[in-house]
Write a new protein. Structure first.
Length: 353
């Protein structure tokens, strides 16, 4: 297991344990999107698979944390790796949403939300404090990447699961709703700050094919989850006696989020063609490819939510198309992952002969 965790040369791209929670994020949101378009069997299968994968990843993370807590601390304050830990928060929240939407069990979702909230606070103040006090600012500049936006995804994921849980509450949920509204607003503000840094990196420093990795799809995914969270907020605010005045404001902000998410899609496709078709970078499997699947699934789910909020059936058709694309991308990625694992196993066995 030690070799599984620490090997950075493994063909599956295992850089840190927490990166595997991106698989949970991608599988969970594709499952939810499938359930929304009435692909029930697919959704249930992916939900069951996600529970198993999450449990395995979480046990591995706890084992790793018990043995290598010093290394975890060093990774957490490392600008190249620290933001990966937000995958644990986002993955936990996505699985929590699955429990609420696809299972009669509510307690696991509540536990996952509290766990995610505590980890989100820990990671946020640890990572950003380390960035502020770090003496070598050049080290920060060269490690700016799309993975930094996992901080936004995790923030909105905490708000999203909280809103989903509040919809099942029978008592007074006004204080919780106000808190979740503030978290959503903070997530958008955080996006503006991080995306400005990434844009500065794009425009004023040389960009190579090694820099343009799959996590840059989170540029779109962060706004997609902000759109979904905003759409759910609107539904809750309409029923609130004290916060209903915020509905129009949140509607405008949600529409802005979806507009930005949509704007990113053609640009990311063009940059992908530049990397893989023009510069011939191979499509060898990397665990970071799940960072493409998650935004696609999230965009589909968010678009479907907006079709309800704005009463626009056309958005529902678009959401259906993106759900199919997300499902196909998920299937291609998991087949590539299994192929990579088989090749690694075969090479390991042949090396022992």
């Amino acid at each position: 297991m030690q070799d599984m965790i620490e090997s950075e040369k493994h063909p599956t791209g295992r850089l840190t344990v927490v990166r595997w929670f991106s698989f949970v994020m991608a599988t969970g949101i594709v499952s939810i999107a499938s359930s929304k378009i009435e692909y029930g069997n697919v959704a249930v299968f992916l939900f069951a698979l996600n529970q198993v994968v999450y449990l395995c990843c979480f046990i591995m993370f706890l084992w790793y944390a018990g043995r290598e807590w010093r290394r975890i601390f060093l990774e957490l304050i490392n600008p190249a790796r620290g933001f990966d830990y937000y995958s644990l928060v986002a993955g936990s929240c996505v699985l929590g949403n699955q429990f609420v939407l696809m299972s009669p069990l509510r307690i696991p979702a509540v536990v996952l939300w509290w766990l995610s909230l505590l980890l989100w606070l820990l990671f946020t103040y640890s990572i950003f404090t380390s960035l502020i006090v770090r003496r070598s600012k050049q080290e920060i500049a060269v490690n700016i990447s799309g993975s930094w936006l996992l901080s936004v995804v995790a923030t909105q994921a905490v708000a999203l699961l909280g809103i989903t849980l509040s919809q099942t509450e029978t008592g007074n949920s006004q204080p919780l709703l106000l808190f979740l509204l503030c978290v959503w607003l903070f997530g958008i503000t955080l996006y503006l700050g991080v995306i400005s840094t990434i844009s500065y990196r794009f425009l004023f420093f040389p960009v190579t094919t090694n820099d343009m990795t799959p996590p840059y799809w989170i540029n779109m995914g962060a706004m997609a989850i902000s759109t979904l969270t905003g759409g759910k907020l609107i539904s809750e605010l309409k029923q609130s006696s004290s916060l209903s005045d915020m509905v129009q404001f949140v509607k405008g902000g949600t529409l802005v989020c979806r507009t930005i998410a949509t704007w990113w899609i053609p640009l990311l496709i063009i940059l992908g063609c530049w990397r893989h078709l023009i510069h011939k970078v191979s499509f060898n499997y990397d665990v970071r490819f799940w960072s493409i699947v998650f935004p696609l699934g999230m965009y589909a789910t968010a678009t479907l939510q907006l079709s309800t909020v704005f009463d626009l059936p056309l958005l529902g058709h678009i959401a259906f198309g993106f759900t199919i694309i997300a499902l196909m991308t998920w299937l291609i990625t998991i087949l590539a992952m299994l192929k990579s694992l088989l090749e690694y196993t075969r090479d390991s066995n042949s090396g022992q002969v």
